[in-house]
Write a protein that binds this ligand. Structure first.
Ligand SMILES: Cc1cc2nc3c(=O)[nH]c(=O)nc-3n(C[C@H](O)[C@H](O)[C@H](O)COP(=O)(O)OP(=O)(O)OC[C@H]3O[C@@H](n4cnc5c(N)ncnc54)[C@H](O)[C@@H]3O)c2cc1C
Length: 381
């Protein structure tokens, strides 16, 4: 293709994470021409995750209006080969070592394998994924009345654009700069390690000075392996997060095999998910649970909803704004409750003693359980 030539596609998705792959598959199955641009050379590599993947039961227990959604229900039927370890239980540890137990319906997997599986399904449905292709700029061509997506591999235009580029929301950023309406807020730096050693059976979470305004986790992936991580509000921990994680692993006698990290947008949904014919999904729309950092299910659900809104727009002219309304109707309440819990945590859980006293007073039902499950915190009812 000549350097200046612009390739036109019906839908372009930026990013082949869970949100982008789900959207691409849903559209391709309906016969829509869809191209996914992915900057990584291998989809899902490097993984940036604790690798706790929710089952459908967990999804419908948290969000609304999904029980009858057959496409999503089927999408969440992940094959056994992806399921490394069942996560039926979560233990939350206070600074003193006292713990509370909760039920969970999830499993641990390799995120690299998981993202690859989702991308393969999108390709099998007819979507095209171009790897090593990073969106760099968006040019407004007013005369031609179009936006041109400039990548390292060529230039593109499209009828619909889906921003599935993750926490840093590259499309929103390139189009609107610092405008907070399009940028996921409160980016929390997070590091994790793949470890070997004597690991627990349960998903363990640690609160207190080990992770100020955040938490540390151990997610077992098999008999002797786990994903151990640390997410801490920016600026709350002195020194490098990686050093703290290594010390945490050392204290637990766990051997670190590799280290990774990423940003989790903990500020709740962006104010505007729809911008003309551009729809933001997953982390790019700020759909992570602020109180627990989980975002895989919301990424898949929003990817599917965005695709369905585009289909309805194509078929019946239904306004694309319906996408955002549907996201808020299904996930808005849980995300709002989760954000409240996180903000309460930021405000009051300061230091080990305060953290211990407050969480013991609130007890598992009123405080931690509600925060983890994204129910309304008892103290604001
Ligand atoms: C350390 C860590 C631990 C986590 N643990 C969990 C967990 O255990 N369970 C859970 O549910 N959630 C977890 N999350 C959150 C979860 O990973 C995200 O919510 C989820 O991946 C969001 O999916 P997504 O498709 O929106 O974005 P992503 O998975 O981030 O995918 C975005 C894709 O876009 C690509 N991209 C970015 N910019 C460009 C560009 N300019 N051009 C082309 N491609 C681009 C990226 O390479 C990437 O492949 C964790 C996050 C982090 C950082």
């Amino acid at each position: 293709m000549a350097v200046k030539e612009v390739e036109h596609r019906q839908v372009i998705v930026v990013g082949a994470g869970p949100a982008g792959s789900a959207a691409a598959q849903r559209l391709a199955e309906a016969g829509v021409d869809v191209l996914v641009l992915e900057r990584r050379t291998v989809v899902g590599n490097p993984a940036q995750c604790g690798e706790c993947i929710p089952n459908w039961g967990e999804v419908i227990a948290t969000f609304h209006h999904l029980d009858d959604h057959d496409w999503l229900k089927t999408y969440f039927e992940f094959p056994e080969r992806l399921r490394l370890h069942r996560l039926d239980n979560m233990r939350v540890f206070l600074p003193s070592g006292k713990s509370y137990d909760f039920e969970l319906d999830a499993f641990a997997g390799h995120r690299l394998q998981f993202d690859g599986y989702l991308a393969d399904k999108a390709v099998r449905a007819g979507a095209e994924i171009r790897v090593s292709t990073a969106l760099k700029r968006i040019q407004q061509q007013r005369k031609a009345n179009r936006e041109v997506l400039v990548t390292n591999e060529g230039r593109y235009s499209c009828d619909y654009l889906i921003d599935a580029s993750g926490s840093l929301a590259h499309v929103g950023r390139l189009k609107h700069g610092q405008d907070p309406a399009f940028r996921p807020d409160d980016q929390v730096p997070t590091v994790y390690a793949q470890v070997r050693g004597d690991v627990p059976e349960t998903f363990d979470v640690f609160l207190g000075s080990v992770a100020p305004s955040g938490y540390a986790w151990i997610i077992p992936k098999g008999p002797n392996t786990a994903n151990v991580g640390l997410g801490v509000r920016a600026g709350k921990l002195k020194g490098s997060l990686k050093d703290h994680l290594e010390q945490f692993c050392k204290d637990l006698n766990l051997e670190v095999l590799s280290i990774g990290g990423g940003w989790i947008p903990m500020g709740g949904p962006v104010k505007r998910m729809v911008d003309g014919t551009t729809l933001a999904v997953g982390d790019a729309a700020g759909l992570v649970m602020p109180s627990n950092g989980g975002g895989i299910s919301q990424a898949i659900i929003s990817g599917c909803f965005a695709a369905e809104s585009i289909l309805e727009h194509l078929e019946e002219g239904t306004p694309l704004q319906g996408y955002e309304e549907r996201v808020r109707a299904s996930m808005g309440r849980a995300l709002k409750n989760s954000l409240r819990s996180k903000n309460m945590g930021y405000a009051f859980l300061r230091g080990d003693i305060m953290t211990e006293i407050i969480l013991r007073c609130l007890g598992p039902i009123g405080g931690i359980k509600r925060a983890m499950e994204c129910d309304r915190p008892l103290w604001v009812i």
